[in-house]
Design a protein around this ligand. Structure first.
Ligand code: HT7
Ligand code: ZN
Length: 873
């Protein structure tokens, strides 16, 4: 298959001003009647015939201005129907039949339980009707829905309801109209029998908005947190950015059958139930936070994505990077900014850095794709958010706000590009950001090498930087990036020092921003002692890898005393990585530097003034998967043994301190959603798991008590994980009890699958096979696939990489079968083989064999083919 290239973009030859749709909905067969008011685009480059996309549509008729087409007027070109001889302004009518129940790809119109739902981003609308299905074609929609009233009492589409009423044979209808022109990817329909939680929100300018959150009736009592989150998001968007909601109703629908997290369809968001349903008995604190963040994210898209949308799919980061940045800020403003920043950077490093170093590496604005669904990636989303954050770092909060205001002023109602966003930021601040544009084009994680020096003659402390890009063909012509680097210094007494650049007057601030623009950069500072300790890349001010030769002792000082909490975490991570790397290289023998790490941990554990949630972040070790990323060849078992040895040492040496902190955190532990309680649960569960890893005395009993006394899912899962991963005798009973209690709750069963899928060791493969036969498991459900197979492939290195290749064989089999069911999900799963070459000849050979077997499958989807071929290249 040939890739689609960004450089080949052409404005659409035809525009659609308005769409009238009628859907006669039934699970087996749905009839779709569409009238499109089309006209030639005056800005088109050529006079091309009208081209409509359609996939798996049974076409009944096609009319132009009410007249049937002669055969020669209509030809097929791949997924496109090309219609010649259409007047420059015309009405195109099509009638098609589609089959929601057979749609296991969950894209287009599909059956989810007893509901019918749509998913149109990126290119699902073409599975519903013939249409120029590209985001720069924006139309108003009027939608008439017809269905059996008993099966589908609820009929929803975008915008406002104009009418509804009864029809014969027990059917009913509803008519919806969306006054905002929108691309087809934001279209949505829901036909269902669901319960609703209703509330309302009054916007700053006085608009009364009805808020409706829907789920199956059994889950009605789990919708309050979603509703509260939505109201918080609406208020925050007004306060922080001056952005108000623009319609009279906002719907959120929860479904268990969904390929991704959620979808921002105009006024009719459809959500994976895991990002809607929450109560203390079934949702962990992390789930609560994720619900709030994803509800916020989809709501924020109403401006960044819907009102101003993307011109083409190469610009995806325009809406996703910006909206992730906005949701990160939402959580940071509502909860702990420090903990949120650390968690976001940890995710970036764990998920995006490997993508940047892997076979599918791409820039945040990709240059080419075969299947756009494969580009909803950590690079486009999370690195894209870092790019947006850098604008704010460079321009300041106010400058960034000016830029965003200008962006909306210029582009409301338009489909635009990342260049338009950059131009608004530059123009609103009178800044030349030409060089900054390279962040959209470069591939891989840039490297910054730093050295320090002291000019004794002049008394200058010197920082020197050299930046470099990875050796990717797309980087060959690139010059240096504009890199914002926040720095500070600690004095010999570990106190922050004021930072003054040479030539400046007065006393500088304790954190300063340096802006690198050349490959080599030098910065000189006054009034610093030669032994000042540099703290660099505070707040992770740019998505780069920073190399500097801090000594172990210096890292320990930064971990204990840096005023920037992110930098404390970063230093702690570096120190732990050093200890682990040395251990891996010495056959799982810990180096002397472990003593510094133990001391740093002890200080954190004994610091009662420290937010326990921050303490939990500081005490989290890099995972086996993260350690593997940095190694070639990867010795899976030695990494596992080394990490285990470190956990053992830390927990045994620090046992009294751990136990004391654990008990302090558990004191008065009745469930509350206060940040303080959430932090204490995070820290106590971390310590509990550590004590089991370290086989501390009586830790089993502690875990059983923790499990049995839990009045919330965070503690129940924390203890279950400790028991199961610690292979404690009581684990089986706990697993059975958990299963009995939650067997009818798919979201909680996902946790039950995941906790077992991540148990280390070669026997994991048999366990996974047995769990795949469990009645609650289904390959048709993406959440189940992610919970069991995604966890196994990504978070269970010793199981997945079992020396006999059984993990690979299992995964290969699953991917081939899943490809016929749901290519999008199969393609995601196939990325587990991405670094196959790094695992030594024997394992590499087996993994390559599986990749080849997948590539050879007859009728392989483009989704999986693109991933697998990139890995094999
Ligand atoms: N914008 C949404 C993306 C999305 C999606 C993409 C491809 C296939 C299925 C999908 N479901 C949702 C989600 C978001 O980023 O807000
Ligand atoms: Zn999004």
């Amino acid at each position: 298959r040939r890739p689609i290239l960004r450089g080949d973009y052409r404005p659409p030859a035809w525009l659609v001003d308005h769409v009238d749709l009628e859907l006669e909905l039934a699970a087996e067969s749905t009839r779709v009647l569409a009238h499109l008011d089309v006209r030639r685009n005056p800005e088109a480059l050529d006079r091309e015939p009208l081209r409509l996309s359609g996939v798996e549509l049974k076409t009944r008729r096609v009319l132009v201005d009410g007249q049937p087409l002669a055969d020669r007027q209509r030809t097929m070109d791949g997924e496109s129907m090309v219609i010649g001889g259409v007047p420059d302004v015309a009405r195109i009518t099509t009638e098609v039949e589609i089959h929601p129940e057979r749609n296991t790809a969950l894209e287009g119109l599909y059956a989810a339980g007893s509901s019918l739902l749509t998913q149109c981003e990126a290119e699902g609308f073409r599975k519903i009707t013939w249409f120029p299905d590209r985001p720069d074609v924006m139309a108003t929609f009027r939608v008439r829905l017809i269905a059996d009233r008993a099966r589908y009492p609820l009929l929803l589409s975008n915008g406002n309801q104009l009418e509804s009423g009864e029809l014969e044979d027990g059917r009913h209808y509803a008519v919806w109209e969306d006054p905002f022109p929108k691309p087809s990817y934001l279209f949505a329909v829901v036909a269902a029998d669901l319960a609703v939680l209703e509330d309302h929100f009054t916007t700053r300018s006085g608009r009364q908005v009805a808020l409706k959150v829907y789920s199956e009736p059994v889950n009605l009592h789990r919708l309050d947190h979603a509703m509260a989150s939505l109201k918080r998001a609406m208020a925050w968007d007004e306060e922080r950015w001056g952005l108000e909601y623009d319609l009279d109703v906002y719907h959120i629908i929860a479904t268990h059958d969904f390929n991704m997290g959620a979808m921002e369809n105009k006024s009719l968001n459809i959500f994976n139930a895991r990002y809607v349903l929450a109560d203390p008995d079934t949702a962990t604190d992390a789930d609560y936070e994720a619900v709030e963040a994803v509800i916020g994210h989809e709501y924020f898209h109403n401006w960044t994505g819907n009102r101003v949308t993307c011109r083409d799919w190469f610009q995806l980061t325009l809406k996703e990077g910006l909206t992730v940045f906005r949701d990160q800020e939402f959580t940071a403003d509502l909860r702990s900014r420090a903990v949120k920043r650390i968690a976001d950077v940890a995710t970036l490093m764990a998920r995006q850095f490997p993508e940047d170093a892997g076979p599918m590496a791409h820039s945040v604005r990709p240059e080419r794709y075969i299947e756009i669904n494969n580009f909803y990636t950590a690079t486009v989303y999370e690195k894209g958010a870092e790019v947006v954050r850098m604008y704010q770092t460079l321009l300041g909060r106010e400058g960034f706000r000016r830029g965003l205001d200008l962006y909306f002023e210029r582009h409301d109602g338009q489909a635009v590009t990342c260049d338009d966003f950059l131009a608004a930021m530059a123009d609103a601040n009178d800044r030349d950001l030409t060089q900054f544009a390279r962040w959209y084009a470069q591939v891989g994680t840039p490297r910054l090498e730093m050295t320090t020096d002291y000019d004794h003659e002049r008394g200058h402390y010197i920082l020197r930087f050299r930046q470099s890009l990875s050796a990717h063909p797309d980087n060959e012509q690139r010059g240096p990036l504009m890199v914002p680097v926040k720095i500070g210094f600690l004095g010999p007494d570990n106190q922050p020092l004021p930072v003054t650049r040479v030539g400046e007057d007065g006393e500088g601030a304790e954190t300063r921003l340096l802006v690198l623009t050349n490959v080599d950069a030098e910065f000189r500072f006054d009034q610093l002692p030669p032994d000042a300790l540099p703290s660099v890349l505070r707040d992770f001010s740019a998505p780069v890898r920073l190399d500097y030769d801090w000594s172990d002792e210096q890292l320990a000082r930064l971990a204990g005393h840096d005023p920037d909490p992110f930098s404390r975490w970063q230093a702690m991570r570096r120190l732990a990585e050093r200890v682990l790397t040395a251990a891996i290289e010495a056959g799982a023998r810990l180096p002397d530097a472990v003593e510094l790490l133990i001391a740093a941990w002890k200080a954190v554990l004994e610091d009662e003034t420290l937010d326990p949630a921050l303490a939990a972040e500081l005490l989290s070790l890099p995972s086996e998967a993260e350690l593997a990323q940095q190694r070639d060849p990867v010795d899976v078992d030695c990494i596992h043994e080394s990490r285990k040895a470190l956990l053992m040492r830390l927990s045994q040496v620090l046992e009294p301190v751990l136990r004391a902190r654990y008990l302090a955190c558990r004191d008065g532990a009745a469930w509350s959603d206060s940040p303080e309680a959430v932090g204490r649960r995070a820290l106590s569960n971390l310590i509990l798991n550590l004590m089991l890893d370290g086989q501390c005395e009586a830790a089993d009993g502690l875990a059983v008590d923790h499990y049995e006394s839990a009045d919330n899912m965070t503690d129940r899962m924390g203890a279950l994980k400790a028991l199961v991963h610690g292979r404690v005798g009581a684990a089986d009973r706990a697993l059975r009890g958990f299963e009995d209690r939650y067997r009818d709750d798919p979201l909680v069963m996902d946790k039950w699958f995941a906790v077992q899928a991540s148990v280390a060791g070669a026997d994991a493969v048999r366990r996974i096979e047995a769990l795949m036969a469990h009645p609650a498991f289904s390959l048709k459900n993406p959440n189940k696939v992610r919970a069991l197979l995604g966890t196994f492939g990504l978070h269970n290195p010793t199981g997945f990489h079992a020396a006999d290749g059984s993990g690979y064989a299992l995964m290969g089999r699953v991917i081939r079968e899943l490809d016929g069911i749901n290519p999008q999900v199969a393609a995601r799963l196939a990325t587990v083989f991405n670094r196959w070459q790094a695992y030594g000849a024997e394992r590499a050979g087996r993994m390559r064999g599986e990749l080849e077997a997948i590539a050879d499958k007859k009728g392989l989807s483009p989704d999986v083919e693109e991933i697998v071929k990139a890995a094999l290249r």
